[in-house]
Design a protein around this ligand. Structure first.
Ligand code: UD1
Ligand code: MG
Length: 471
């Protein structure tokens, strides 16, 4: 590859009308990450001298998402050529080659970008002013068509809406990726007109304009899957499926067992250690790190969580952002953990909510236990020490501290700190009325008979029913 410098311009000013969304198209996520980042990553991977993204007016969320990549605003959507012109000031006299790509083409690879940029090498003996990445989709639809001349040299790109039937029969389409010699780019664009079916300034016109000046242009053919462009929710679903297949393959190759790979959904950044077993129907949102020898049983939803070696999660567990699961911890069914550190060997096995908390090593949290972390206005912390036993159905009203070795009786509502090794109970005293149940049944039965109704068998009581062996 030549040593010429490269500037990359990523176009993302279009709102993406076909997405029918308030969100700019390139912010729609793929595997938990805004689409635009995939094209930006590919661009960064070729280490360009400059990188700039063209966005539409009012797209502040997009500008924030791509920072520190500079965003320039194209005030009106006057076409792809106009969008590139919006980057003129930022490129300020850049003399290398300018590589243009679209923010809605997530699978473009750095190798392909290198190949297109490298074709505009500026060597004195090869004066290639424009290189265009073409592809042959099964259905060329409304893509622009690449017109080749003698020796396969590129002569022009004709947009579908401006094309004759003969031109529409061409199978080689414009992917949108294009490299243009920086020396010529803006003077060519200044000569592009809006004299076309859409009344826009087409970037694609630079090819015919460059040819008219005697410069040569080339077409490079790329891979169809790599050039998949997202214009609709249907395209988004197709792209997501492609990405999930890749992520599942990477997890398997990395030493994880996926019992039913097609039902596991990863995020772009899911990190998985070796000898991890993942059951069916598991969803990973962004920010999950899983150490070695972790088992994640079926039907878990996990995001923003770290899981240390030997932990067992699920089935049916939910780990929310800030969940830090320590070594050999067990998190069981219908347990939700948020912003909480669960330390080594602790067990939270059934029906619990632990949020804004620490659970010390070896502590056992009983079924139905809740940290009441929110008072309707603020969040508060629950600190539970080591070796604590929290009985079932306990509500710990934060802020509260439970000392090491404490035991909390089932059904307690704990509002004050519990000292180390203390037994805390907060229940109404239990009352027993001897024979009270029998009296109750007699009274209810009599009332029913008085109304001439039959007494249901189950309510008749007594120890006579035996459905199976006791156990
Ligand atoms: C464009 C190409 C077409 C190619 C196709 C590939 C032109 C004139 N046509 O058509 O040859 O086959 O892509 O997908 O270039 N954008 C702006 N500002 C604008 C207009 C567009 O930033 O004023 C951005 C969009 O956000 C998008 C990209 O440019 O990322 C392409 O725009 P789009 O309207 O999708 O162009 P197509 O009609 O698909
Ligand atoms: Mg498009």
């Amino acid at each position: 590859m030549s040593k010429q410098k490269t500037a990359v311009v990523v176009l993302a000013a279009g709102r993406g009308a076909r997405m029918k969304s308030e969100l700019p198209k390139v912010l729609h996520p793929l595997a938990g990450r805004a689409m635009v980042h995939y094209a930006l990553d590919a661009a960064r991977a070729i280490s360009p001298e400059r990188l700039v993204c063209v966005i539409g007016p009012g797209m502040t969320e997009l500008a924030q998402a791509i920072a520190p990549v500079p965003a320039v605003v194209q005030e009106k959507p006057l076409g792809t050529g106009d969008a590139v012109k919006a980057a003129r000031a930022t490129l300020g006299g850049f003399e290398g080659r300018v590589l243009v790509l679209f923010g809605d083409t997530p699978f473009i690879s750095p190798e392909t970008l290198e190949a297109v940029a490298g074709a505009v090498n500026g060597d004195a003996d090869s004066d290639v002013a424009v290189a265009v990445l073409g592809f042959r989709p099964a259905d060329p639809g409304e893509y622009g068509r690449l017109k080749l001349g003698d020796g396969g040299r590129l002569e022009a790109i004709v947009e579908y809406r401006d094309a004759t039937d003969e031109e529409r029969a061409i199978g080689l389409c414009n992917s949108g990726v294009m490299a243009i010699s920086g020396t010529h780019l803006f003077s060519l664009l200044d000569r592009a007109t809006t004299d076309n079916a859409r009344g826009e300034i087409y970037l694609t016109d630079v090819v015919a304009l460059a040819r008219a000046e005697g410069h040569s242009c080339v077409a490079i053919e790329g891979d169809v899957e790599e050039l998949l462009g997202v214009n609709s929710r249907g395209d988004l679903a197709v792209a997501e499926a492609v990405l999930q297949t890749r992520l599942r393959g990477a997890a398997l190759a990395g030493g994880a067992t996926l019992i039913d790979p097609t039902t596991v959904y990863f995020s772009f950044d899911t990190e998985i250690g070796s000898d991890v077993v993942i059951g069916p129907n598991v969803f990973f949102g962004p920010g999950v790190r899983i150490a070695n020898e972790v088992e994640i049983k079926a039907n878990c939803h996990i995001e923003g969580a770290r899981i240390a070696e030997g932990a067992i999660i699920g089935p049916f567990a939910r780990l929310r952002p800030g969940a830090e699961i320590g070594r050999s911890v067990h998190i069981g069914n219908y347990v939700e953990i948020k912003a909480a550190r669960i330390e080594e060997g602790a067990k939270i096995n059934h029906l619990a909510y632990v949020g804004d908390a620490r659970v010390g090593p070896g502590t056992n949290i009983g079924a139905g236990t809740i940290t009441c972390n929110y008072d309707g206005f603020d969040k508060h912390f629950t600190d539970i020490g080591s070796g604590v036993f929290v009985g079932s159905n306990t509500a710990m009203v934060a802020p509260v501290v439970i000392g090491d070795g404490a035991v909390i009786g089932a059904g307690s509502v704990i509002t004050g700190d519990v000292a180390e090794d203390a037994l805390a109970l907060s229940r109404a005293e239990e009352k027993q009325i001897e024979g009270g149940a029998r009296e109750y049944r007699v009274r209810k039965q009599a009332a029913k008979s008085a109304r001439g109704e039959e007494t249901p068998k189950a309510a008749a009581g007594g120890g006579k029913r035996r459905l199976g062996p006791k156990g």
